[in-house]
Structure formats: C-alpha cells, structure tokens
Design a protein around this ligand. Sequence first.
Ligand code: GFB
Length: 424
Amino acid sequence: IILFVLKLIELTYASELNDFEPASKFKIVIDQAKAPRYLLYDVNPGEGFNLRRDVYMRIAILARNLNVDSPWILVLPPWSRLYHWKSRDLGSQERISWSAFFDLHSLRRFVPVMEFDEFLKISQEQIIDEVYYLQHYEEGWDKWEEKMDIRPCLQKPYHLDVKSKLWHGWFYGYGDEVAARKFECMSVMGHAGVLKPFLMTNTTARSVMLDRAETVLHDRFGDSEFWEVRRSMRFSKELRRIADDFRMFQLDSTDEQDMTMLEDDWTQMKRKPGDAIGGPYLAVHLRRADFAKVREKDVPSIKHAAKQLKKMCKKMELQKIFVATDATSEEFAELKGNLKDFSVYRYEPTLEIKKKIKDGGVAIIDQWICAHARYFIGTRESTFSFRIQDEREILGFNPDTTFNRLCHEKDKTCEQPTRWTIKY
Ligand code: GFB
C-alpha cells in the first residue's frame, strides 16, 4: 500500500517532483484518491540542525507506517531562528523551506512530504486542526513501558484566544499568522510508533501536529529502515554542487577519482565498505563555540587538536587538511599556526553566496566536503560529526577512515566512536 501511494504521487508529478508542485495540482491527485491527512511536527526550539534531522527520521518512519493504513502527508517544519545560526549580515534566517537544504525528490522516495507553505495554501484557512505537545510523565518512571496519555500541561507553550477559541503559539516563527483549533499535552514514553494507534483511532482530525517530537525515540535504531530514511535525506543539488566545486578546485578531489559517484535514485545505490577512496585530504570537524563550554571534557585545546591532525596526516601521507568548524577566526588562525607544514583549508563563501545559502547551507557544504575525505576525524558526541559519519557509510568508505574522533589532552583512553555501520 505504501508503495502504491508513493507511486501514485510520483507518477502524477513525474518530472516536476524535484521542484515545488503548485497546490492546485497536489489537490487534484489527492481528491481522486482517499483524502490524505497531514502530519506536522516541531522540535524543542533550542535543538540544533543535526538533531532536528534525526527527529525528522523518527517522524518520517511514523508517517510511513501511517501510510500503510491510509494516506498521510508529512508536512516539513520550516527552519526558523536556530540558536547556532548567528550571522547577522545575511538577512532573515527564518521560515526557510526544506528545499533550500534537501532534495525533496529524494525525501519523497521514502514518504510523501510537503512544505509548510504548501500546506497552508491547501488548507486555505491558516489553521492546524489539532496540536499535541509531547512531554514526559510528571511522576517520572521506574519501569520502562511504551505508553501515552493526555495529561495536564507541564509547561504552557500555547495560549487560547478566548474570543476566537483558537490556540496560538510559535508555529515555526509564523506566530499569529497560524493557529490551532485544539491543543492538548500528551505524556509519552516510548518510540515514535507508539503514537500510531492514537493518530489512527483517537482522532479524525485532518491535520495533526506533534510538538516536541524529539520526546519520542527511534522505533528501531540502525536497522535497514532507519538507513532507508537516512539515505533519502540527500542534500540539495545546489549545495552539493558548491561543495563539489570546492573539492575539485582546492582539494584535487573528484567523484570519479575518489570513487564516490552517486546514483540519481538513492534506492538504487548500494555500496560495500571500502568502495569509496575519498579525496587526497584529511577532514576534521572541530566543534567549538557553545560545545567547547558545555562539553569541556570532550573538546581538546587547539594545540592538542593540531597535534592529533599532524600525526594522522603523516600516517595517511596526506598534505591537505580541510577543517569544518564553528571556531572563531582567531581560533582557526591558531590552528593553522600549529600546522605550518600542511595546507589547511576552510570553506569561506563570499557574502553574496552566503546570503543565498545562509548559515545552514555553509554547514551542509562543510559536511559534504568532510564526507568525501580520505580520512575523517570528528568531535565526540557532536550530532554534526555523526551525520558526516552516516554520509560516509552511504558513500561506501571503510569504517576505519570514518569513526574517529579528536581527544582531549586529559583523555588517556581516547575511546573511539561506536561504529554505526549501514544496513540495506
Ligand atoms: O548541528 P548541531 O545540532 O550539532 O548544532 P551538535 C551545531 C550547529 O553549529 C550546526 C554550527 O548545525 C551549525 O549551525 N556548526 C557546528 C558548524 N559545527 C560546524 C562546522 O563545522 N561548520 C559550520 N559551518 N557550522 C549540539 C546542539 O550541537 O551542541 C545542541 O545540537 C547544543 O543544541 C549542544 O547546542 C552543545 O550536536 O554539535
């Protein structure tokens, strides 16, 4: 049934799927089939981009499972005012659509998705039928069990406008432009799949939003379905192109030489460990900023990081180092000063390009370049590094070249990251 729904949507949009479909077209198809319902979600405002990507995967799997019984479309939450997007000279970094960062055509090979703006056009009124704010159980827990209950709210993130009887809240930065008819808090313990029976039987609302969706866990972490949705999350072609140009012109790295060619359709792509060789450079994700303060024990000094990079470059016989980092320019200069015998690179777009791709696009380009290096070293427990590791698994690198991390000078054991290898 899932395949049928996906195929129906795909066949109807055919060549245009890569771009954004006009609402009217979407409606025609959907009206012919059983009317779809819309699943929306949001994440704790403080979370960074790469944890949000992980939450997408949990909810996309839920949406796919809902589609086994009836058609649901997953509405993609616009990217607004992320804590780490600090550049002030780029204009607004709010209400950014998913197509700015991801290839929607690829996402749709896993589950039907649409942008929030498109949903608003279809729904005509700017209203979401029901919002459930996920929270933990106030009493805590002493026994792990899968459960969910409508409970009084532990926080008050939405407020009722008594006159209109509508609920107002953040709504991805759309504020009062959007409202909800019904709002409730739901205490939940368990995997995303625990919500399916509720969505199928306890509500008939056309559009349902799950806020604080990070509260639910992956149904099954690391299995082939997990990897399917992960593989569907391809970056936008434009961002990949910019990153590939940088690889070619600065790092002598091309897909043909590096054995990192992509099939257009990710469902047709299957690699063995070691198929990819990678470009002739070492890449490091050097997470600094807030992370260096919050996880002081995991982040080495710049000097100690440089020492580890030097050692590995010598071992791998590499002369070029690509640094993905949120370090200040002073910290980056210090790193370069400690790596005088090597050529050290950082991706720094012109202001014109940065205005177009925003902080989120720069970070993706950094990740894509790291994903193609002959050898990668990340930062411990950073989801930014984890997503690079996944990407390298998809491309078919030998895990020895991927699951590596920088160590703090006081960390004598320097345990290396868990190897979450790809499953097909
Ligand atoms: O992606 P993220 O959740 O990774 O958040 P962590 C870090 C954000 O900082 C990225 C920027 O999404 C980028 O906007 N950033 C970090 C970088 N490293 C780089 C880099 O190498 N290049 C570029 N261009 N940008 C967690 C957060 O971050 O750290 C939590 O999710 C919390 O909210 C915690 O802040 C301390 O898992 O590394």
